[in-house]
Design a protein around this ligand. Structure first.
Ligand code: ZN
Ligand code: ZN
Length: 239
């Protein structure tokens, strides 16, 4: 109970108190925990594969990366406006472990500043396995989805569905796996709880590493009738 009150008080105060920049420690001069100078240091994913958003040299980005050309993924496009560099990794870690609302607003603001999307029929946060969600207490992809729709006039009416997709088995920790091992690890990890015929769905997550999670979730939704699945993520890991 006391914990809940503390959390609520902190949530309210986060939006009112002057914020310090989480990277340089100076006043941020806004209600977000990042100053303008540090914000400009974040690498933008400008030249990228139009399909999987892999950062590429500008002169070869247009046709797409070799992997998408050889094996087009199940999803139609990935909208991932930032590159997962050192600064952003630090901000995302603080967001996940401290869960301050200022960080959620900051990351949603950064995404909205650089992403160009049309509203989908449904926005689906990539689910965690229930055991991981129980330990963490929340799903960061859902926090991001809620902040993005709350902060954008064009996405305000977009419905968020946290029930449609279910991660029905705990997959082994993936950080040390290569792309092929991740794909094997995730095969059949998601099920869809009802038909989603003809729907245009956007899947949302924080970081896209190899795309294996996106691929597994998109495949499950397309098998359940979805017309199109796009991926929305904050940041893409470079090769
Ligand atoms: Zn700063
Ligand atoms: Zn690609």
């Amino acid at each position: 109970m006391v914990n809940n009150i503390n959390r609520l008080a902190r949530y309210l105060l986060d939006g009112l108190l002057p914020q310090y920049c989480a990277l340089c420690g100076m006043f941020s001069h806004s209600d977000l925990p990042l100053c303008q100078h540090c914000r400009e240091e974040l690498p933008i994913n400008q030249a990228a594969c139009p399909c999987c958003a892999l950062p590429l040299p500008a002169h070869i980005a247009a046709p797409g990366c070799g992997r998408c050309l050889r094996h087009p993924p199940a999803y139609s496009a990935a909208v991932v406006p930032l590159i997962y560099g050192e600064y952003l990794a630090y901000l995302i870690q603080r967001w996940k472990f401290q869960r301050q609302s200022g960080f959620t607003r900051l990351l949603a603001t950064l995404w909205l500043e650089h992403a160009q999307v049309t509203p989908p029929d449904l926005l689906v946060p990539i689910p965690l396995h229930w055991r991981r969600q129980l330990t963490r207490g929340y799903n960061q992809a859902e926090l991001l989805a809620r902040a993005i729709t709350a902060q954008s006039s064009s996405l305000q009416r977009t419905r968020i569905d946290t029930h449609l997709l279910y991660r029905h088995r705990a997959t082994a920790a993936q950080s040390a796996m290569d792309a092929q091992a991740r794909t094997r690890n995730l095969r059949g990890a998601f099920t869809v709880r009802r038909r989603c015929d003809s729907l245009r769905i956007a899947l949302i997550d924080d970081v896209m590493t190899t795309g294996a999670t996106a691929e597994a979730a998109a495949t499950a939704l397309l098998d359940a009738g979805a017309r199109q699945v796009d991926i929305w993520c904050l940041a893409r890991t470079p090769l």
